[in-house]
Write a protein that binds this ligand. Structure first.
Ligand SMILES: NC(=O)c1ccc[n+]([C@@H]2O[C@H](COP(=O)([O-])OP(=O)(O)OC[C@H]3O[C@@H](n4cnc5c(N)ncnc54)[C@H](OP(=O)(O)O)[C@@H]3O)[C@@H](O)[C@H]2O)c1
Length: 174
């Protein structure tokens, strides 16, 4: 099974200027739990936006410009010239080799789109906010079928202390 995780605004905004638009400690905890001991697939833009290494996970960084990519930890791997099929096969091959529990797609906009056909479970955090200046969006159209599948509400946090509230929903294919 391939999972994906994203946090979006009301118009599926993902980010701006290669940064997240909204964060919340409880959503961060969810991200950590959801991706723990997983192979994590992400594009170079998203990798470059990480503040620090994702410890205990193997990050596969996709780019067609592999030279000079600085890894945040030695176990992360840069993949170049791989079709999405090959990326998925390679990610699965690491499960046994590294003792990981699963594979999760973690963005950004471009990579969510590329891997949409492979994703069986999606965790979406919906922040109660919107930003017209966003420049990266979650490709909801490409996840239409999954978004009409079995839905489970995982967590609701109301806004307080200048923090934007959110609801986390998990979607699975019927
Ligand atoms: N809210 C959230 O949950 C969330 C999660 C993740 C990211 N984000 C946000 O999303 C934004 C970044 O998204 P993005 O769409 O700009 O970029 P992205 O999806 O992170 O990365 C796109 C890049 O990945 C490389 N790539 C993707 N697929 C590839 C493949 N099969 N083979 C080789 N290279 C491949 C390409 O890099 P090259 O040009 O080097 O070839 C492409 O330009 C940021 O604002 C970030 O903060 C938000």
């Amino acid at each position: 099974m391939i999972k994906a995780i994203a946090a979006v605004g009301q118009a599926y905004e993902l980010g701006k200027g290669n940064e997240l638009l909204w964060t919340h400690p409880e959503d961060f905890k969810h991200f950590v739990n959801y991706t723990r001991n997983h192979v994590v697939i992400m594009g170079l833009n998203t990798y470059r936006s990480l503040p620090k290494a994702l410890k205990g996970r193997t990050v596969l960084v996709l780019t067609s410009h592999p030279n000079g990519v600085e890894l945040l930890q030695d176990s992360d791997i840069v993949l170049s010239g791989f079709t999405p099929d090959r990326v998925v096969d390679y990610a699965k091959s690491l499960l046994n080799e590294k003792g990981h529990d699963g594979v999760v797609v973690a963005g950004g906009g471009y990579v969510y789109g590329t891997f949409a056909p492979y994703v069986d479970e999606l965790s979406l955090t919906y922040f109660e906010a919107s930003d017209k200046n966003a420049d990266a969006y979650f490709p909801a159209d490409q996840y239409k079928t999954l978004l009409k599948g079995k839905v489970q509400e995982l967590l609701t946090i109301t806004g307080a202390d200048n923090k934007v509230g959110f609801v986390i929903k998990s979607y699975r294919a019927n």
